[in-house]
Design a protein around this ligand. Sequence first.
Ligand code: SAM
Ligand code: SF4
Length: 350
Amino acid sequence: MMKPSAVIDLLARPLGVLRLSLTARCNLACRYCCPESIEPPGLLSTRDQLRLIQAACQLGAHTLRLTGGEPLLTDRLWPLLDQLSLARQEVAHPFSRLKDVAITTNGSLLNDEKARRLRDMGVDRITISLDAVDGASIARMAGLRTGPEAGKALIQRVLAGIDAARAAGFNPARGRLKLNAVIQRGQNDDQLIPLARFARTQGLPLRLIEYMDVGNRNGWCRDQVMPASEMIQLLHSNWPLQSLGRQPGGTSGQWIYEDGEGSVATIASITEPFCSDCNRLRITADGQAFTCLFASEGLDLRPWLREDISDSVLAEVMTGLWSRRSDRFSEERGLEQPANHHAEMAYLGG
Ligand code: SAM
Ligand code: SF4
C-alpha cells in the first residue's frame, strides 16, 4: 500500500478532513443557510465520489464527513456508502485509512430503517442539527411557512430520528451521536438554555455554532452573532462548566459540566477563528473543491474525473490545490462587514 504523503499547504497545515456534499437541496429552508431548490448541473456520480475520496485519503485525509444540503434527501448516499464500506475493509485499500466516516443531517428524515442502514454501512458518527425545542422557534429557524404546529411536528420527527440513531448503535456517550445548534441573536438565543437542558437530559453532546457569514442570501450581519463566550457564560450561570480547550485541527472548544451531566462544545469561527490549523477540504455535489468555507470560488475537479484521466493525475491535481492553499479568511475578516461574494452554505456542505 502506498503510504499517504502528508501534503501540507503554504501555512504547513496537513489535509485531514474531507467534507463531501451529496446534494445542494434540502427539505428545510433554514434562514441562515438558504439552500437551493434545484441541484447544480453536473452532479458527481458514485464513481466520481469514490475517486475523490480515494485521492483525499492518499493526500492524508483520515475523516470523511458526508453532508449537503440534506444528505438523507438523496438516494445517491446509499450506493456510495455501500462501496465505501466494502473497500474500507480491504487492508491495502486507501479507504482503510479512514478512521472516521460521519454524516451531518437535520434528522427529520432519519428513521429506524435508515439509521440501521447507516450503521450497517460503516457510518461511525451522526451529527443532528436542531436549533430550538419550541415549535414556533424551530418553525422560524427552519423556514417553515406553516408556523408553530409544523414546528412541533418537525421537532417530533427529529426526536424520532435521534431515538432511531441511538437504537441503531450510535452511542452519544462514545461521541457517535451529537447535536448541532446555530445560535443567532434575536432569533433563537432564547432557545440556548432549553436546548442545553434537552441535550443534558438526552445525554447528547451539544455543539453550539456561531452564526457565520457564509453565502450571500442570508443577509448576515455581525449584530446577529452571539459570541461563543457569551453562550458559555449563560450556560455556566445555570450549570457550571469547565473548559477542556480545543483539539489541534478541531473546530470546537470543548467544555464539561461540573456536575458530570455531559459536555458541550462551541464553534466560534467568527469570534475565535481557528484557521491556523484548519485541515478541511470541501467538495460540492458538482465537484467543486473549496479550500476554505468562506471562499468565493472553488476549483472544478470534473475535468480530472474523466475516464481517460488516471487516479494518480487526479491525486496530483488535488495535491497541487492543497499545496497552494493559504486561506485564513476568518482570521483576516476583522471587524468589517465582509464585502466579497461567498458560496452558499448548503452548496458547500457546512
Ligand atoms: N442539512 C444538514 C444539517 O442541517 O445538518 C447538513 C448541511 S448543513 C449546511 C451543515 C451545518 O451547517 C448545520 O449544522 C447547519 O446548522 C450549519 N449552518 C448552515 N448555515 C450556517 C450559518 N450561516 N452559520 C453557521 N452554521 C450554519
Ligand atoms: Fe437544510 Fe441543513 Fe441548510 Fe437547514 S442548515 S436549510 S437543514 S442544509
